[in-house]
Structure formats: structure tokens, C-alpha cells
Design a protein around this ligand. Structure first.
Ligand code: ADP
Ligand code: ADP
Length: 228
């Protein structure tokens, strides 16, 4: 669950990136976050990950009150969140399998669990036959599916996808969102930032539109895929 109460962020430059934002994303929700460049979308995500702190207001994420969260507890917060970036951020010297397993290794998960869990999530994103490939041997869409497997492997409560389709073929963008929808149907909350109006119109659902640091609208719309 993500809850913002009267959240404002003013950067040291004096820019008001967010202005009294109120927002609630319940467990199991799927929400698109849209809005023009400079609207405050990245700022919102940085707050959720506690990469920055709110200048005022309260941010609650998965039961953590981020204002009160001590620095040494930040990893505990972040373990409840999987993040997918526009530029994939895979480790080029590691295979698909190793890129995904790495997440569990750094938290000292048991080897036996890693051996069963990693192939499972790789199969969920449809890449079982590429487990031994390196990122450079994969298409953009495939690399993004690896990034998704990596975000999923720790079974997070929330997945944040920040322009996940920004660097991939438009046709493959739909596959990435379909995968996110499938993950959402299994109970994971999804927050996806996107510029792609076509995708949002196609899938529909909750759209949080940010403009000039404020929520311009927050509505549920029907998707054009449902009318077919
Ligand atoms: P978006 O992700 O919607 O493009 P951002 O959250 O990145 O928007 O930016 C919101 C506003 O805050 C913009 O005016 C941007 O220039 C400003 N901004 C973002 N990051 C910083 C920063 N580190 N220091 C100062 N201003 C920033
Ligand atoms: P758990 O370990 O919580 O019982 P699973 O191992 O079944 O759940 O799933 C782990 C993660 O994989 C969850 O985040 C879930 O949302 C996701 N997941 C499960 N099944 C699918 C699926 N068919 N497609 C996409 N993601 C899935």
C-alpha cells in the first residue's frame, strides 16, 4: 500500500516538484502514472523508494512511515519493492540466470530456494530458453523481461515500473504490460509510469495524471482492449 498525505517536495534549487499531493494505492491495485515531462513523476517514485524525503507531508509505503524510517531500515523497505527501469540496468557480465539469482544472493537466500525460485520466475516471463544468454544477446523486449524477472524474484508487494517500455519496440510494449497485468492478477501492486498514451488507452484501468506537481486527475477508465 502506498499513501501520500499532503506531500510536497521542494528541491534545494527552489523548484516545487510536488505540491500537497494526496494519493492512495491499495494492495493489489494497478495504476498508470502519466503526465508531461517535469510534472513530478520521478520525484513521486524517488519518494516511494526513499531516495529523497518529502519536504512536508506523510508518505506510507507497505506499512513503513518513511519520515520515521531510520537509514539502516531502508533496505527492509526496498526489499518489499521491485523496480523496473527504462534502461533495464542488467549486469552485462552476468547471464540471465545470474542477473536474477544475484538479487537473492545479496539477501543470503538459501541456495536451494534460489535453485527453484530463479528458473520459476524466468519461466513466468517466458525466457526459460534464454537463461544462459547474456544481456547483449537479447532484444530490448527480452532484456526488459529479464528486468521484470529480477524485480519479481524476491516476491515484492509492489512493483514500480518507470517507463518500462520507453526503450523497446512499440509492439513489444504491449507484451510487457500484459506481463505486468498477469503479475498484478497474482496480487502484486503495480505502479507504472509511462508517456505512452496508446498503451494507457488500450489497457485502461486507473490513471493518475500528474501535472505541475499536482494530481490533475485520478480516474478509472475502460480500456479499448475490453470492447473487442
Ligand atoms: P518528471 O519525472 O515528471 O519528468 P521530475 O519529478 O523529474 O518530473 O521533476 C519535477 C520538477 O522537479 C521539474 O521541474 C524538475 O526540473 C525538478 N527537479 C527534478 N529533480 C531535481 C533535482 N534533483 N534538483 C532540482 N530540481 C529537480
Ligand atoms: P508466492 O511465493 O507468494 O506464493 P508465487 O511464487 O506463485 O507466489 O509467485 C511469486 C511472484 O510471481 C508473485 O509476485 C506473483 O505475483 C508472480 N506470479 C505468480 N504467477 C504468475 C503468473 N502466472 N504470471 C506472472 N506473474 C506471476
Amino acid at each position: 500500500m502506498v499513501e501520500f498525505k499532503d506531500v510536497s517536495v521542494t528541491y534545494s534549487s527552489g523548484v516545487d516538484a510536488l505540491n500537497k499531493v494526496n494519493l492512495k494505492i491499495n494492495d493489489g491495485d494497478f495504476a498508470f502514472v502519466v503526465g508531461p515531462s517535469g510534472a513530478g513523476k520521478s520525484t513521486l517514485i524517488k519518494l516511494v523508494l526513499k531516495e529523497i524525503d518529502a519536504t512536508s507531508g506523510t508518505v506510507m509505503v507497505n506499512g513503513f512511515n518513511l519520515k520515521k524510517l531510520r537509514r539502516r531500515k531502508i533496505p527492509a523497505l526496498r526489499r518489499t519493492i521491485g523496480v523496473v527501469f527504462q534502461d533495464f540496468r542488467l549486469i552485462p557480465t552476468m547471464t540471465v540466470y545470474e542477473n536474477v539469482a544475484f538479487v537473492l544472493r545479496v539477501i543470503d537466500a538459501p541456495a536451494k530456494y534460489i535453485r527453484s525460485r530463479v528458473p520459476y520466475v524466468i519461466s513466468l516471463v517466458g525466457l526459460s530458453d534464454k537463461a544462459k544468454s547474456y544481456p547483449t544477446e537479447l532484444s530490448g523486449g527480452e532484456q526488459q523481461r529479464v528486468a521484470l524477472a529480477r524485480a519479481l524474484v524476491n516476491d515484492p508487494q509492489l512493483i514500480i515500473a518507470d517507463e518500462p517500455t520507453g526503450n523497446i519496440d512499440p509492439a513489444l510494449s504491449y507484451e510487457i504490460v500484459e506481463l505486468l497485468k498477469g503479475i498484478n492478477e497474482c496480487g502484486t501492486t503495480i505502479l507504472m509510469v509511462t508517456h505512452e498514451h496508446d498503451l494507457v488507452r488500450y489497457f485502461g484501468g486507473r490513471i493518475i495524471n500528474i501535472n505541475k506537481g499536482q494530481i490533475a486527475f485520478d480516474e478509472v477508465i475502460g480500456g479499448s482492449n475490453e470492447s473487442k
